[in-house]
Design a protein around this ligand. Structure first.
Ligand code: AHR
Length: 504
């Protein structure tokens, strides 16, 4: 045990903001085995009448995913949405340029909407601003959201979907700042097409919300100028700006790796300031919020992917097998979102099934939970309510890229309706457990429900279809009395401490 202690004061009146549940969103791209062999596999013993794997839907439901981004990702930048609607036998096979595979188009917009309903999720739809533009976007929106009596709405009805899908959240392209993107654009070029496409889309359906592309990661040479220019041009048309970020532990320096959510924190603060600068410049009353619509750990699969040849159908691309330390960083990233609940209103764990995902499947076989499934599930289930501002004193360390890294990361969520408080904590200390004393006096008559812990002696432990070696346990030693909660946070651990008001 460390000589150092952590202390926290939690008060129900110190609130950051109500958590927008869409921060627990995820992402399904037509990439690798996310769609084919992931959510959709006709002929699988668990497939339903539409070919959707029921075992996968059950796992998605366990995660309570409120919104799923679709159909890409890089893929959307050369995608013709028309290829994926209408009778399946007439759908063309195409070269999918982003991932250099063959796209069969067996799944498309309508099927994805059906799948999302079965998984209790909403759809966040992305339009192609790479090879296409205003016309394809406004036609797709007319197809999905207009009731009837026009060419595209009646086309949808002729495809068996009498009622409009009413998709509310739309992404104006994907990572348009990236030179890898088909149809990559400078900030000025992108700002203009986002503005004009957004304008046309809101004429079709004024109730939608639009997300404009920001930077693909903090290392982009155009960050944060890309955001500033895009916002400056398209401020009136858009509602959110997007952020994407993936991390990895390539140099096998775990202390440094676990500190990487500090980079994410800096990213969020920079984009927030950029939004507010443009708000001031425009003398606007409107606030642009943040959609962190791609985030995760991504590096384990990089070498394997280089060996996959082109034009296969649903090859096993981006299949990262996550280990225990990845789950800790994912937990810290989720904590970072909660700490910015006032501005981060949407976030999508990229992705959901097989492709850098919490859920894995075997073709024609089993499905299972990766290590990162657990922090994602815990925050999604218990992290709904008001994000509180914990007043935290934590011992700190320095790593290769970061100084003053708190060993303890924490966020807390107060669910007033359910009279519950949940405290999420990561202890990043690799050798020592750290005792913590949490002042919860403002939560009168609350009792400790449980202290869930994810820990493992092996930072590199992974889960497989037959072995869930990284799965949650309980710390039964934690105590709450006289408004003081005392717990021992195990070395390198993810902790979920749940309190609930006593029933009188
Ligand atoms: O999620 C995998 C890829 O990462 C997405 O297609 C792209 O948007 C990002 O670069």
């Amino acid at each position: 045990m460390s000589n150092e202690k952590a202390k926290m004061i939690l008060d129900k009146n110190y609130q950051i903001a109500k958590v927008d549940e869409r921060i627990y969103g995820s992402f399904i791209e037509h990439l690798g085995r996310a769609v084919y062999g992931g959510i959709y596999e006709p002929g699988h013993p668990e497939a339903d009448e539409q070919g959707f794997r029921k075992d996968v839907i059950e796992l998605v439901k366990e995660l309570q995913v409120p919104i799923v981004r679709y159909p890409g990702g890089n893929m959307v930048s050369a995608y013709n949405w028309e290829d994926g609607v209408g009778p399946k036998k007439d759908r063309p096979r195409r070269l999918e340029l982003a991932w250099r595979t063959t796209e069969t188009n067996e799944m498309g917009t309508n099927e994805f909407v059906d799948w999302a309903k079965k998984a209790n999720s909403d759809v966040m739809m992305a339009v192609n601003l790479g090879t296409r533009g205003i016309d394809a976007a406004r036609n797709l929106l007319e197809y999905t959201n207009h009731a009837s009596g026009t060419y595209y709405s009646d086309l949808r009805r002729s495809h068996g979907y009498e009622q409009p899908h009413n998709i509310k959240t739309w992404c104006l392209g994907n990572e348009m700042d990236g030179p890898w993107q088909v149809g990559h654009k400078t900030a000025y070029e992108y700002g203009r097409i986002a503005q004009e496409t957004g304008k046309a889309m809101k004429l079709v359906d004024p109730s939608i919300e639009l997300v404009a592309c920001g930077s693909s990661n903090t290392g982009m040479p155009t960050f944060p100028e890309y955001e500033a220019t895009t916002l400056d041009i398209a401020y009136n048309e858009i509602d959110y700006i997007s952020l994407h970020q993936y991390y990895g532990n390539r140099s096998n320096d775990t202390a440094n790796y676990l500190a990487k959510n500090m980079d994410m924190d800096h990213f969020i603060k920079t984009v927030t300031s950029t939004c507010d600068y443009i708000k001031a410049k425009h003398r606007s009353k409107k606030t642009i919020n943040l959609s962190f619509d791609e985030w995760n750990v991504w590096y384990h699969s990089n070498e394997a992917d280089k060996k996959i040849g082109p034009w296969a159908i649903a090859p096993p691309q981006l299949e990262d097998h996550y280990n225990f330390e990845d789950a800790l960083l994912v937990g810290s990233m989720l904590i970072t979102f909660l700490q910015h609940a006032d501005r981060v209103k949407m976030a999508c764990l990229a992705q959901l099934v097989n492709v850098i995902a919490p859920i894995m499947t075997e073709n024609n076989g089993r499905s299972w939970k990766q290590t990162i499934f657990y922090p994602y599930m815990h925050t999604s289930i218990y992290g709904r309510g008001f994000s509180l501002k914990p007043i935290l004193t934590s011992p700190k360390y320095d790593s290769k890229d970061f100084t003053d890294v708190p060993y303890i990361d924490s966020a807390a969520v107060y669910n007033e309706e359910k009279e519950e408080v949940t405290i999420f904590i990561v202890n990043k200390h690799l050798e020592s457990s750290i005792p913590i004393d949490i002042d919860v006096r403002s939560f009168e008559d609350y009792q400790l429900v449980e202290h869930i812990v994810l820990e493992n002696d092996d930072m590199k432990a992974v889960n497989t279809a037959s072995n869930q070696s990284v799965s949650p346990n309980f710390n039964k030693e934690s105590k709450l009395s006289d408004g003081s909660l005392v717990a021992l946070l195990g070395k390198a651990s993810w902790n979920v401490i749940r309190l609930k008001k006593n029933k009188k």
